[in-house]
Design a protein around this ligand. Structure first.
Ligand code: IPM
Ligand code: MN
Length: 351
């Protein structure tokens, strides 16, 4: 019996979460696993209503679950970043979810904005370090709104943090049937502190004789993502570069409507979400694309060990996209949020 904490969150979050849960239910019927969900109200609406962000007790409760499923967070009515930091970063940091796993995979040629790229050309996984870098919040602002104002955000990397991300990437490259290659994406030429990444990859790489490794500076990596995405297999990178690089990747695979992620601490409760977009203006209109949310549930099942169920969801989504029954992954697909969820459910084959 899997225990899953569910946070629908803001904007379209609750609607797309409903569709993901529909698909989860169908998967459990076909593949015979059992689960129980606990819903949490955290998000901007809850904050506006109650003044509460996330109570301390929630983290202990999360730890008592096998996975956390998150819809989306972000609402323009609330101070910038406040709820994101509490709900998303709160979970990532407090539960030490040190890997942000972001597959970038094209399921249908028509979804790719790049000319001449085929599905086999876009198939990589980004391992974004998830607990360090400028996201630690160490720093601040002094003499605010004066001519002497100082703003500092520290880019922090620890040996432990780099090493566990790099090792995860090498293990993944070993498992994946592509090029058995790890590409470090950094900016070690301008940011010399990132030499820690260069050396960590060199050292860990020695433990993996079957896996090659190379590196690309983040600016060049963005260029390659557009020019030659086929060059990437497993990418390992820092928190902030991974954040930006995967939005670019999301566009190459068809948009925010399909990009999913896992915030993972291997062996412990981990969190699954779309790579983002609460899209408040589309809230409650039943037009948001739920595929990214469904793929986040797919990643969750894969993480939980329900490999067949995960593969079946991926196959169902892939088949709907390849056949053109779902033509676009934005609000203009002509298919409502709930109907798209139903389509995935119907497409899932029995065991
Ligand atoms: C993401 C998001 C978050 C991040 C925001 C919402 C804080 O952009 O998951 O990529 O920057 O990590
Ligand atoms: Mn992001």
């Amino acid at each position: 019996m899997y225990k899953i904490a569910v946070i629908g969150g803001d904007g379209i979050g609750p609607e797309v979460t409903t569709e993901a849960l529909k698909v989860l239910k169908r998967a459990s019927e076909i593949y015979g696993f059992q689960y129980k969900t606990t819903e949490y109200p955290f998000g901007s609406e809850h904050y506006l209503k109650t003044g509460e962000l996330v109570p301390e007790s929630a983290y202990d409760e999360y730890r008592d679950h096998d996975a956390i499923y998150l819809g989306a967070i972000g609402d323009p009515r609330v101070e910038v970043g406040l709820v994101e930091r509490a709900v998303i970063a709160g979970i990532r940091f407090r539960l030490d979810l040190y890997i942000n796993l972001r597959p970038i995979k094209l399921y249908a040629e028509s979804l790719c904005p790049l000319k001449g790229k085929k599905i086999e050309d876009v198939n990589m996984v980004v391992v974004r370090e998830n607990t360090e870098d400028v996201y630690t919040g160490i720093g601040g602002i002094m003499k605010k709104d004066t001519p002497d104002e100082v703003a500092i955000a520290n880019m922090i990397f620890t040996r432990k943090g780099c090493e566990r991300a790099v090792r995860y990437a090498f293990e993944l490259a070993k498992e994946r049937k592509k090029d058995n290659k790890v590409t470090l994406v950094d900016k070690a030429n301008a940011i010399r502190a990132q030499d820690i990444w260069t050396r960590t990859v060199e050292q860990v790489g020695k433990e993996y004789p079957g896996i090659t490794h190379d590196h690309a500076y983040i600016d060049a990596a963005c260029m390659w993502m557009v020019k030659n995405p086929e060059w990437f297999d497993v990418v390992v990178t820092t928190n902030i570069f991974g954040d930006i690089f995967t939005d670019l990747g999301a566009m190459v695979q068809g948009g925010m409507g399909i990009a999913a992620s896992g915030n993972i601490h291997p062996g412990q409760v981990s969190m699954f979400e779309s790579i983002h977009g609460s899209a408040p203006k589309y809230k409650d209109q039943n037009v948001a694309c739920p595929i990214a949310a469904i793929m986040a549930a797919q990643m969750m099942l894969d993480y939980l060990g329900e490999k067949k169920a995960a593969a079946a969801i991926e196959e169902a989504v892939g088949s709907l996209l390849r056949s053109g029954r779902i033509k676009s992954l934005d609000t203009k697909s002509g298919i409502s949020t709930s109907e798209m969820g139903d389509m995935v459910v119907r497409e899932m084959k029995g065991a």
